[in-house]
Design a protein around this ligand. Structure first.
Ligand code: SF4
Length: 209
C-alpha cells in the first residue's frame, strides 16, 4: 500500500455486479461503480444528488473490491468524470476487457483521454448543455432518451457524427408504448445509415439492478 492509495478518496454511491442493460455492451456481465455527485440537476434524475448515502473509499479500499473483477466495468453516476482519474483507471485497466464511462459530456476529464482510448468506451447522454470540446473526439456512443414527442431534428446532429447512437425510449416502471413506438419509428424509418439503434434497458426487462 503506497501513500497515493491511502490519500486518494472517491465518493462512491454503490458498487455492484449486474447485466449491462444499455448501449454497445448491453447483455454483458459488468461491475458497476456508481460515483456520487453531479454538476447538473436534471428533474428526471433517478440518482438525486441530495441522496447522501455514499461512502468515501480510498483507492486502496476500492482496489480490494474491484481486484477480482476481470470483466467489463461501467463507471456511472452521478457524473463519473468529476472523479475518475489516472490512478483509478490504471487500476481498473489491469486485465479488464473494457471500461465504459457513462457521462453527461459537460466535464473536462481529469486524465489523458488518448492514453486510455483503447480500453475506454465513452457513452455520452447529452442534457441540453454544451459538450466539452476536448471530450467530443473520444465519445464512442451518444445515448438519446426518446419520448413520443421526440423529433427527428432534435437528434439529427448526433446521427450526423456517425458515432453509435442509442435511441432509448423513456420508461417509467412499466413500458410506455408510445415512447417505444416513437423510438422504433425513428430507428426504422429515418436512420438507415447504420449508426442508430434501439436501446431497451434490458436490465429492467429481466428484473435486475
Ligand atoms: S446528468 Fe445524469 S446524474 Fe446528473 S443530474 Fe442529470 S440525470 Fe442525474
Amino acid at each position: 500500500m503506497n501513500t497515493t492509495e491511502i490519500i486518494k478518496i472517491y465518493k462512491i454511491q454503490e458498487i455492484f455486479e449486474s447485466i449491462q442493460g444499455e448501449g454497445k455492451y448491453s447483455g454483458y456481465l459488468a461491475t458497476f461503480i456508481r460515483f456520487h455527485g453531479c454538476n447538473l440537476s436534471c428533474s428526471f434524475c433517478d440518482t438525486p444528488q441530495g441522496k447522501n448515502d455514499y461512502k468515501e473509499l480510498s483507492l486502496w479500499s476500492l482496489r480490494q473490491v474491484i481486484k477480482k473483477a476481470d470483466q467489463l466495468y461501467v463507471l456511472t453516476g452521478g457524473e463519473p468524470l468529476l472523479q475518475v482519474d489516472t490512478e483509478l483507471l490504471e487500476n481498473l485497466y489491469t486485465n479488464c476487457r473494457k471500461i465504459v464511462i457513462e457521462t453527461n459530456g459537460t466535464i473536462k476529464s481529469k486524465f489523458n483521454l488518448e492514453r486510455f482510448q483503447n480500453c475506454l468506451w465513452i457513452t455520452c447522454s447529452p442534457k441540453n448543455k454544451e459538450i466539452d470540446s476536448s471530450l467530443i473526439p473520444f465519445i464512442d456512443e451518444y445515448k438519446i432518451l426518446v419520448d413520443k414527442d421526440t423529433k427527428k431534428e432534435e437528434i439529427e446532429s448526433y446521427i450526423n457524427t456517425l458515432k453509435m447512437v442509442s435511441l432509448q425510449p423513456i420508461i417509467d416502471h412499466v413500458w410506455d408504448s408510445e415512447n417505444l413506438e416513437r423510438a422504433v419509428e425513428l430507428v426504422s424509418t429515418n436512420y438507415r445509415n447504420g449508426n442508430a439503434h434501439l436501446s431497451l434497458q434490458i436490465h429492467k426487462i429481466i428484473g435486475v439492478k
